[in-house]
Design a protein around this ligand. Structure first.
Ligand SMILES: [Cu+2]
Length: 435
């Protein structure tokens, strides 16, 4: 059930929309299981559910205009699909900027033959929050859509200027948020995880934000990254992880004795989300504001390689495609290959492939800002033996080349996972041609 509700942000009550709780209830299945989920739309608007990262049957992908009709207010839709691939996934609407409300949750596909050994696991969902506090996501989109001109005339209240990050190649984000949340809770009323020293935990970290990358670290600990976007990587130890919107990272950590801040620093935005990890009888952490791990080694996807069992077999590409990320903050005309996505004509400018092809896709960012590029229905591999992923940070002025096998026919959205960029037009469709 998606419906209007309220969220309690450490005493500030905000009106929002949710799937019953924020985050929504965790959906946990085993690989090979069939998920049956009925969405009842109690919202005063059309909606849908997209199952982010799953290579599922196309008509369950939740993209109105491409894979299904919108679920109108007061009506139901039954989603049913098989989950083939274990991993950390999530779900959210694919209508307007609804993702920037409380409509998101984790979908965990367990491996019946799990090769990792750990004692417990924690799902950690990161979010940037303004809904019901400084406005609504629809108001933000309207304001941003008028471009920098609106801000310069003094009418802007949501636009964020001066958010800079060297890790993100410059401009870090467009939108000012009053709160950053871990599992739906602000830093003043943090999520608390309680365990005992020596316990080995699998963290499943999901960035459900709309305009914020996070730098995540656990004070006093190093993390061993084991998965990116659900797929295993050769393990890498790090102090912190950079995670863009839509990305997921799994990491193992063995807990020390005490109380430790788990910080998700809003990259370039001078604020952070906080959770507390308690073991034994330790008191509260001395300082949760900053931990040295955040400024040590920060892992990005470029440091990862897929394990051999999930690497694509070596093969010459049958088709080369280019998705050039275009547009600017000034005009707020975000686009792909110079074309802003038109929901009334979704196939205009579509990228075409033939079933069975090995496809080499160049994602070329000609803008002055980073973008988390997301492809539906497939998990590509970063060229040169990199990680398998479905969402990748592409820095300004850089090109990321990925490869995938065209093995899941249908119409698949490909877009920036900054929800405001996507809604302003940085979206296209990957379609299967008929030979
Ligand atoms: Cu973008």
């Amino acid at each position: 059930m998606a419906a209007p509700t309220q969220i309690d942000l450490a005493g500030t009550i905000a009106n929002t929309w949710s799937y019953g709780a924020i985050p929504g209830p965790v959906i946990r299945v085993s690989a090979g299981d069939t998920v049956q989920a009925r969405l009842r739309n109690g919202l005063p608007a059309d909606t849908s559910v997209h199952w982010h990262g799953l290579a599922l049957r196309n008509d369950m992908d939740g993209v109105p205009g491409a894979t299904q009709a919108p679920i109108t207010s007061g009506s139901d839709f039954n989603y049913e699909f098989v989950t083939d691939q274990p991993g950390t996934y999530w779900f959210h609407p694919h209508v307007g900027p609804q993702l920037d409300r409380g409509l998101y949750g984790a979908l965990i596909v367990e491996d019946p033959h799990e090769p990792l050994s750990y004692d417990d696991e924690w799902v950690i969902i990161l979010d940037d929050w303004l809904d019901g506090v400084t406005g609504t996501p629809d108001e933000v989109l309207t304001e941003l859509s008028s471009g920098m001109g609106g801000m310069m005339s003094g009418s802007g209240s949501h636009m964020l200027m001066g958010a800079r990050s060297s890790l993100l190649g410059g401009d870090a984000g467009d939108v000012a948020y009053p709160y950053f949340l871990i599992n739906g809770r602000p830093s003043a009323d943090p999520e608390t995880f309680t365990s005992i020293a020596g316990t080995r935990i699998r963290l499943r970290i999901i960035n459900a934000a709309s305009d914020t990358a996070f730098r995540v670290a656990l004070g006093g600990h190093r993390l061993t990254v084991t998965h990116s976007d659900g797929y295993p990587v050769n393990p890498v130890a790090t102090d912190a992880i950079l995670i863009g919107m839509g990305e997921r990272y799994d990491a193992l950590v063995t807990l020390a004795d005490g109380a430790f801040p788990l910080i998700a620093a809003a990259e370039g935005k001078d604020s952070n989300a906080l959770a507390i990890v308690h073991t034994g009888s330790g008191g509260l952490p001395v300082s949760a504001a900053s931990i040295p791990e955040l400024s040590r080694t920060v892992l990005t996807a470029s440091m990862l390689s897929a394990t051999s069992d999930v690497s694509l077999p070596q093969r010459t590409a049958d088709r080369e495609l280019t998705a050039t990320l275009t547009g600017s903050m000034m005009a707020y005309d975000w686009s792909i290959n110079g074309r802003r996505f038109d929901p009334a004509n979704p196939l205009a400018g579509a990228l075409g492939v033939l079933e069975g092809e090995r496809v080499r896709l160049r994602i070329e960012n000609t803008t002055q800002m980073w973008h988390p590029f997301h492809l539906h229905g497939h998990t590509y591999q970063h060229a040169g033996g990199g990680p398998r992923k479905d969402t990748s940070i592409v820095l300004p002025g850089k090109t990321l080349t990925v490869e995938f096998d065209a093995d899941n026919p249908g119409l698949w959205a490909a877009h920036c996972h900054n929800v405001y960029h996507a809604e302003s037009g940085m979206m296209t469709v990957l379609g299967y041609l008929v030979s």
